[in-house]
Ligand binder design. Structure first.
Ligand code: UD1
Length: 425
């Protein structure tokens, strides 16, 4: 197991380039089930991407790198035979593996996909995914921890799906299931996240007629086959926002490149309200050393609201503002596990139900801390950058699921951060 060691207090300078979006890459990779040849560019080299590639490989999709020295361009091919079985051992590693359900069912008319199992940040059920598959004409049974899905008429049939609650993954599964369904599908109360839009844009480039991209009503016309394409995934908005906070928390001048500004508007509004000085240009943001930051009062919500995936990071920054802040987590019920760890570094945060009350003007002193999930782990890295002394972040495999070379990117801008292999006990 590896740890990340940070000696805090350095100010950062220079340029950081954002990678491709993890959450956009995963469903787009799953599209390889539906076509014999798909090239995807700007894929981040992350543990979650590897998990998806391993799962796809077990189904009969083979991948290769277009350029051997660059793992961001992936060619996915299959020989027209795709297994319908997504096994527990591969699915349990990553919840997003469940995204193969819609493609398998629409392609083969049958799918046997393991339930994803436990998750640190909340219950995260899959009832909405199953609801959508049933609406498209699937019979579903849950047997021995597997979802057994069968298209009742041999093929899925387009329909109206009105989601009772917004879900990114269920919207993506529904869109993918609708591709080879007979006729038209209308999804209402669809998730509007940029990653859902990217999946739609990739499908449009493959020849599918989709209307309402980016809105909560999406219309899809089923097709018989998909065109061969080479698609470039969007850049990672959560990584971009995390680096903006790295600059803010260390009071640095830093340029962050390869950002789609449209995707981070709710976050930039909060940064402005805190008094952070920055200049946004076409595809980059230059952050300037700013004085004391103002406290915040915000709640997480579905896009275009403030993203839950930035909650841990903004809570960390709020510890250094000049007053008391309140952050309400509205998406996941157990997403405050970073808070006890932040308190060990010197934060003064209390939790009341789904609200975190953050006392400002904290000063952090480095300590050994434990990452509990992906976004919690990056909040501890940010805390370590601002702390006096040395912080050791354990269980960094969480971090490697979603942040490509974060230690290298930060150290190239002057952070004192490195990775250490721990001796086996
Ligand atoms: C995706 C993102 C994740 C992000 C989340 C919310 C990926 C790979 N992951 O996760 O980073 O934090 O969106 O923006 O894209 N729910 C149900 N039943 C379901 C499905 C979801 O009750 O069948 C609930 C969840 O428990 C949660 C809420 O709906 O409370 C939103 O979850 P959802 O949008 O589905 O998140 P994911 O797609 O899992």
């Amino acid at each position: 197991m590896e740890s990340i060691i940070i000696s805090g207090g350095n100010s950062l300078s220079g340029t950081i380039e954002c990678s491709g979006s993890k959450n956009a890459s995963l469903p787009i990779l799953a599209l390889s089930i539906l076509t014999s040849n798909l090239e995807i560019k700007n894929i981040p080299n992350l543990a979650d991407v590897k998990s998806m590639l391993n799962l796809l490989n077990s189904l009969g999709v083979h991948h290769s790198y277009v350029n051997k020295n660059n793992k961001s361009n992936i060619l996915l091919e299959n020989s027209n035979k795709i297994s319908s079985l997504a096994e527990y051992d591969l699915v349990r590693k990553m919840r997003a593996s469940f995204l193969v359900l819609g493609p398998l069912l629409t392609r083969n008319g049958f799918a046997r996909v393991s339930l994803p199992g436990g998750c640190a940040i909340g219950l995260r059920p899959v009832d909405l995914h199953i609801f959508a598959m049933k609406k498209l004409g699937a019979d579903i049974e849950l047997i021995d921890g597997y979802v057994i899905a069968k298209a009742i008429k041999g093929k899925l049939i387009g329909n109206k799906i009105i989601f009772p609650q917004v879900s990114v993954g269920a919207t993506e599964n529904a869109i993918m299931a609708a591709i080879f369904a007979r006729g038209e599908t209308l999804i209402e109360n669809a998730a509007r996240e940029p990653e859902v839009q990217d999946l739609c844009n990739c499908l449009i480039s493959m020849g599918v007629k989709i209307d309402g991209v980016g809105s909560s009503t999406i219309y899809i016309e089923g097709v018989n086959s998909l065109n061969k394409v080479s698609y470039n995934v969007i850049s990672d908005r959560i990584e971009a926002c995390s680096f903006i906070i790295a600059a803010a928390i260390t009071k640095s001048n830093l340029v962050i490149k390869n950002i789609n500004l449209d995707h981070i508007q709710s976050f930039l509004i909060v940064m402005k309200s805190m008094g952070l000085k920055f200049k946004a240009q076409e595809k980059s943001i230059e952050v300037f050393e700013s004085g004391d930051l103002n406290p915040i009062d915000l709640k997480t919500s579905a896009y275009p609201g403030f993203p839950t995936d930035m909650q841990a990071q903004i809570v960390t920054l709020a510890c250094f503002s000049n007053g008391d802040s309140e952050v309400k987590e509205n998406i996941f019920e157990n997403r405050f596990m970073h808070i006890p760890e932040l308190n060990r570094l010197g934060a003064n945060i209390t939790i009341e139900g789904n609200r975190a009350i953050i006392r400002g003007k904290s000063s952090f002193v480095g300590a050994e801390v434990m990452a509990t999930d992906l976004r919690a782990s990056v909040s501890l890295i940010l805390a370590g950058l601002a702390a006096k002394g040395t912080t050791k972040v354990n269980r960094v495999y969480h971090l490697d699921r979603g942040y490509e070379k974060i230690d290298e990117k930060l150290s190239s801008c002057g952070a004192n951060i490195y990775r250490k292999k721990n001796e086996k006990p």
